[in-house]
Ligand binder design. Structure first.
Ligand code: 8OZ
Length: 370
């Protein structure tokens, strides 16, 4: 039996196994408040060693899609508390993924209909999801405005406020900082979206600065043992690109090493797509070695397209945790199925984003009492 199914400790997080449910955007939180079925949805999946919530906005400005949840208003936090209570009662561990989308937004989703904010005024060639009358549509993101240097401490403070509220009012075991997939922090990291001439643009050192400052501030507020971070060194998601990914992310990882993080969540290749990108090579073992050599002790969580066999192999080869995304939509009891070598259910793509219980909480477990 693979150690995939044995308990593991990541910082302050005590996990029943090494399997994580990756964050999955489901657009079922009207008014940014987790909807009526969120409690069942997460409780059904509580046998994962770690549940990572869908990406959740730290502020109204940080929101970029219709009906995604937030961490910035009392009713949002109260709804999350119902979720964390249910997961804890089922023996699970749950962190929330803290999200600021930066330029991946639309004026109709921003406070006062304003332009989304970004490191630079460069529009992403990508779409976001709006929902009208329950019907999702994919629309081009709006042109962003560049953030003033003086605005950055306010955004760091939004992350800190959200992290404190998450582990305080909302009862989460910790937080994951979303620094992947072309959202605000990743927009700062990568040269294609960052043309700044202040201390937050230009050199690798400067482009890494914002993400490292956010992480250090969150760690100072709630303790590194309750903080993870998600990185996607080479994903083309949301139109991000960088010409020196290896040097950039080894620098980021060396910067994270002294912070005592619970885990590093690394998306290998294109998010939800190919693990190998011929035009975007990346050596993950070298990146991990750079982190360890700098003293980093966080759990190394791998993600992207794993199945039971490749996950077991990854753990044998030194990964600490393996995250599964899409398989968790249709398989609430994924841990039990992988353990039994049982077949996995496919999920219905038409109900991934938006809607109600259908395609959300109606996927059965093999064993009815899960
Ligand atoms: C799919 C649809 C909308 C958002 C990510 C938060 O890629 C997302 C996301 C994924 O990290």
């Amino acid at each position: 039996m693979s150690s995939l199914f044995e308990p593991f400790r990541a910082g302050a997080l005590k996990l029943a196994n090494r399997i994580a449910m990756a964050p999955l955007t489901r657009n079922r939180s009207p008014g940014a408040v987790p909807g009526p079925h969120a409690v069942d949805y997460y409780r059904q999946r509580a046998s994962a060693g770690l549940l990572i919530t869908e990406a959740t906005a730290i502020s109204h400005q940080g929101q970029g899609y219709a009906d995604v949840p937030g961490l910035y208003a009392p009713e949002q936090l109260a709804a999350w508390k119902q979720v964390t209570d249910a997961v804890h009662a089922a023996g699970g561990c749950i962190v929330t993924q803290m999200w600021h989308v930066g330029r991946i937004s639309h004026t109709s989703l921003q406070p006062g209909g304003a332009a989304p904010v970004a490191p630079s005024a460069i529009t992403a060639k990508t779409k976001t999801v709006l929902i009208e009358n329950g019907v999702p549509s994919f629309v081009q993101t709006s042109a962003p405005r560049a953030l003033e240097t003086a605005e950055l401490p306010g955004i760091v403070a939004d992350y800190v406020r959200a992290a404190k509220a998450a582990v305080g009012e909302a009862g989460f075991d910790g937080v994951e900082i979303h620094a992947a997939n072309g959202y605000l922090i990743d927009q700062f990291f990568k040269s294609g979206s960052n043309a700044r001439t202040d201390a937050y643009g230009g050199s690798i050192d400067n482009r890494a600065r914002f993400g490292l400052e956010v992480t250090a501030a969150v760690v100072a507020a709630i303790g590194g043992g309750r903080v993870g971070i998600r990185l996607s060194p080479v994903t083309p998601a949301n139109d991000v690109v960088d010409g020196e990914s290896q040097a950039l992310f080894e620098h980021v990882l060396r910067g994270l090493a002294p912070l005592g993080l619970a885990y590093l969540h690394v998306i290998e290749g294109a998010t939800g797509g190919a693990r190998e990108l011929p035009d975007r090579p990346f050596d993950y073992a070298a990146a991990k070695a750079a982190y360890r050599q700098a003293g980093g002790q966080g759990a190394w969580m791998v993600n992207n397209g794993y199945d039971g066999a490749t996950a077991a192999l990854a753990v044998e080869q030194g990964a600490d945790l393996v995250a599964f995304g899409r398989p968790y939509i249709g398989n609430p009891d994924l841990v039990e199925r992988l353990k039994a070598g049982a077949p996995l259910a496919e999920s219905d793509r038409s109900t991934w984003y938006g809607g109600g219980a259908k395609g959300y909480t109606d996927y059965p477990s093999l064993n009815p009492h899960h």
